[in-house]
Ligand binder design. Sequence first.
Ligand SMILES: NC(=O)c1ccc[n+]([C@@H]2O[C@H](COP(=O)([O-])OP(=O)(O)OC[C@H]3O[C@@H](n4cnc5c(N)ncnc54)[C@H](OP(=O)(O)O)[C@@H]3O)[C@@H](O)[C@H]2O)c1
Length: 428
Amino acid sequence: MRRCAIGLIGWGTVGGGVLDILHRDAAMLRDRVGLDLRVSRIVTRTPGRLPASAAHGGGVSSDIADITGDPTIDVVVHAVGGTGAAKDLLLACLAAGKPVVTANKALIAEHGDELFAAAAAAGVPIAFEAAVAGGIPVIAALRDGLVANRIDAIHAILNGTCNYILTMMEQAEQDFAEALAAAQGLGYAEADPTLDIDGTDTAHKLAILARIAAAAAVPVSAIRVEGIQAITSDDIASAARLGCRIKLIATARRTTAGLDLHVAPTLVPLDHPLAAVMRNHNGVFVEASNAGPQLFTGQGAGALPTASAVLADVVDVLIGRAAATSRHFSLFAGGTQPRTVGEAEEITGSYARFLVPDRSGVLAGIARILGDRGISVQSLHQDRPAADGRAIIEVLTHPSRGGDFLAAVAAIDAAGLTAKPTVTLRRL
Ligand SMILES: NC(=O)c1ccc[n+]([C@@H]2O[C@H](COP(=O)([O-])OP(=O)(O)OC[C@H]3O[C@@H](n4cnc5c(N)ncnc54)[C@H](OP(=O)(O)O)[C@@H]3O)[C@@H](O)[C@H]2O)c1
């Protein structure tokens, strides 16, 4: 039996989950992979909160040198958030020749080039399965299981907080603020949920997935990002009328014009596999050239699901698989940046909800402006006017250039045909 020593940085949700799984399942891991895994040192900001006995033998401190200077440590689990101190800690471990497993998606997405160059220079791997979609082994699936495929598209639900909020808005008929409070009450959303609901967290994960899928350098800045802050109960009701659900969808898609990368609230038809991904779950829908379409779904966050992915990486590092894949996939070693598609060039089906005064000629005016811009209408629905005399017209379009569609909507609003700015959404 090979004894393996883990140095753990950060004793929060993820670090605590790693300790919990090892406490409960170390014997199962010994039987399965022949490794006796122990956390022998813990470095965290406030070590006083932990008993020294939490780590086997080595103790708990706030000094990273206790890990970097310990020759007995085989692998480091890096479970610290942010991109400041977290980056310095990771670089210190690489410089000391320690392989690193991290759950920090912001760090990999924003500083992957620098970190992977440092790892290559030190001759050690960085593994990051837990950084995308928590407990779902989607990095390994894209990198290894689907290696004989061109990945034509990924459409993914990558933020459990947003998915929970949208689920509660639909199923419990809560408004956005109520659903957010419920997500916070269950521990799905941070006290400051900005990076979840504005789409930033999803964009970090998409940048990582897109790098692997496209085998190209994809900076976060290349991704067009919209969050769910502006989604209202009216939008949820419209989606239901149309046989759809609204999901925050991250898309990476090959097109003849380049790579289309965006995060946006999107109408997903109920018969699409991603429509069934509810509550705080994540889902990654992959269109693979040979294997065909596949959906990966499950818990995208939380102590045990995330620690499950961390420990899979730890095993990969210790049996040498992570070093092999790092050598063969120079994913973050300064590959060329692909041409990306701007909003104007994006080809997508769209939805518009026009609030219009009840007077003759409005519907004809809207249809004419859409037609003039080459937007082909798939279906059109007009409600009976409300008591205030205003009516709602909803339009679904066939796929068209995003720029043409948005220009047509702007022209319709500017022509005075609408009573307030028109709501638009993409369709999957
Ligand atoms: N939570 C999830 O479900 C999840 C899922 C996937 C990925 N992730 C990612 O995993 C990382 C960790 O997340 P988490 O939820 O476990 O965070 P967390 O609960 O806030 O825990 C972070 C831990 O790191 C410690 N820490 C912070 N700065 C430090 C420093 N400079 N030196 C040493 N220790 C430091 C903190 O110490 P104190 O306790 O003293 O503050 C805390 O113990 C993040 O990048 C996150 O995005 C999390």
